[in-house]
Design a protein around this ligand. Structure first.
Ligand code: 3PY
Length: 254
């Protein structure tokens, strides 16, 4: 089954998405509707921000009903956290702080139904999410739901080739903010950028996709030129604050 995100991977362009941190279906739809398919995915962020698992059902449905893939970032790589996000109908799961090959294997195990993994059975709402799966969910979940791990630490980068090679890992997602903090280097500095480029190369060498978080269109455009497959352009709160302040500046004649 193709989700909007996996379909976007088949085009020449990167798959663009944005970060949702406000638990509001209205916010998600307000952005997605006028974008008319230009965003193929939305990251529903339950690691940081205001979203928790009681919001998943409504947000997943809002995103899917606008033709984009709902991707949930769980707070941590715990089996029950992945299970609840998948059961709500997420088409992909992002797990933060993958530091090792063992971490990556564990995430795959938790994300897949037996015999591949140990995911418990109870997809309460996943069948009814608008769009792709319907009654075919059970038979296609293992193959079609994307397993994404974040590379955002020195340990993660040091074994990123091994992480990329793990069967069942689909996408390496760079968290540039945490990466800088965890490495103890400056964001945008030489060491930081080298770690990003190593991760991009490792993903592609293993036939996997590389994703990155950006904070504005210019940043995203640079990453597009470097060959990233999946790019988060901006966050809901970022665009709200910047847009409001920009227009206030215009109103003041600045
Ligand atoms: C990071 O930049 O650390 C992220 O995980 C994106 O929020």
């Amino acid at each position: 089954f193709d989700t909007p995100l996996s379909a976007a991977f088949q085009k020449q362009d990167p798959a663009y998405g944005f970060w949702l941190t406000i638990p509001s279906a209205g916010v998600a739809k307000t952005i997605l509707r006028p974008s008319r398919g230009q965003f193929s995915w939305v990251l529903i962020d339950a690691e940081h921000g205001l979203i928790n698992d009681t919001h998943y059902y409504e947000l997943v449905n809002a995103v899917a009903s606008e033709g984009a893939s709902p991707i949930i970032r769980v707070p941590w790589g715990e089996e029950w956290m992945l299970k609840r996000a998948l059961d709500a109908g997420a088409q992909g799961i992002v797990t933060p702080m993958c530091h090792s090959e063992e971490d990556a294997k564990k995430i795959v195990k938790y994300s897949k139904y037996p015999p591949i993994g140990t995911r418990g059975y109870g997809p309460m709402f996943a069948h009814s999410v608008p769009g792709v799966f319907g009654a075919e969910y059970d038979n296609n979940a293992n193959d079609s739901l994307l397993v994404v791990v974040q590379i955002e630490s020195r340990q993660g980068v040091e074994c990123v080739e091994k992480i990329a090679a793990v069967d069942g890992i689909d996408i390496l997602f760079i968290g540039p903010f945490d990466l800088a903090k965890q490495m103890g280097v400056q964001r945008g500095g030489e060491e930081h950028e080298a770690a990003i480029q190593r991760t991009l190369k490792a993903a592609h060498s293993s036939g996997k996709k590389a994703a990155i978080f950006c904070t504005n269109g210019e940043d995203a455009n640079n990453r597009r030129a470097q060959g990233f497959d999946m790019i988060s352009v901006i966050t809901d709160v970022g665009v709200l604050a910047e847009g409001m302040l920009r227009e206030l500046g215009v109103a003041r004649g600045q």
